[in-house]
Design a protein around this ligand. Structure first.
Ligand code: 5RP
Length: 226
């Protein structure tokens, strides 16, 4: 599938951002799986690098490729690399389609830079078409869903059978296109039972977005939310 070629191209292109770095956060998803395989093919360049996985899937893939894994650290990782579900022109994103949003946000928050790798299908003018993944606690989750439902239509991934790596549920909140994603983020975060919201504002420092014939690099003002 052609979209997979673009993901793989973005993954390959990102190697030069991470070569020589010692502590590297690694996101989750199919684009990231390509990245891990690319790192695996260039293992000699990464013998002194340690990778922080954001999910079991990523940890397993790192391990299959014989790469060094570390699950806790002091200070900041030099960089985290991740995919996204949507990215807008200033680098704000929707993430969490793979259910790893909480760990992804924690690792990105603990990294000096966040590099996003994606295919052109992820580029949008306004966030929201995909819906916003929200991780919620199983305890009294119907109450949490009712509170979210006061604002937006909401559904549970796999009708509630899906569990995140943290043992929680994943909701998809249909916000529609968002004029002010920062307000939606606050609205959701204020609801008890919500663990994390897949709106990432001010996290990305650079993106590599690949499509037909080319990859485009773009830098963002990390920390600037809008
Ligand atoms: C996982 C994520 C992924 O980065 C996002 O879903 C994109 O996945 P893919 O690379 O498979 O298109 O946020 O929680």
């Amino acid at each position: 599938m052609i979209q997979d070629d673009y993901k793989q191209a973005a993954a390959r292109e990102s190697l030069r951002n991470i070569r020589g770095k010692q502590l590297i956060g690694i996101g989750t998803g199919s684009t990231v799986r390509y990245l891990i395989d690319e790192i695996g093919k260039n293992k000699n360049d990464f013998s002194n690098s340690f990778f922080v996985p954001t999910s079991t899937d990523t940890r397993n893939r790192l391990s299959e490729n014989g790469l060094n894994i570390v699950e806790d650290f002091v200070g900041k990782a030099e960089i985290s690399v991740d995919g996204c579900d949507e990215i807008d022109p200033i680098g704000n994103m929707i993430k969490g389609g793979g259910g790893a949003l909480t760990r992804e946000k924690m690792v990105a928050f603990s990294s000096q830079e966040m590099l996003i790798i994606a295919d052109t299908g992820k580029s949008v003018n306004k966030l929201g078409k995909y819906g916003v993944p929200v991780e919620i606690l199983p305890f009294l989750h119907q109450k949490t869903l009712e509170r979210i439902g006061e604002y937006y239509k909401v559904e549970l991934r796999e009708n509630g059978k899906f569990r995140t790596d943290n043992g929680n549920l994943l909701a998809l909140v249909h916000t529609g296109l968002m004029d002010k994603p920062e307000l939606v983020l606050q609205q959701m975060k204020n609801i008890p039972g919500v663990v994390e919201v897949g709106i990432f504002m001010g996290f990305a420092s650079e993106s590599i977005i690949c499509g037909e014939n080319s990859c485009i690099r773009k830098k963002y003002n990390k920390g600037k939310k809008n």
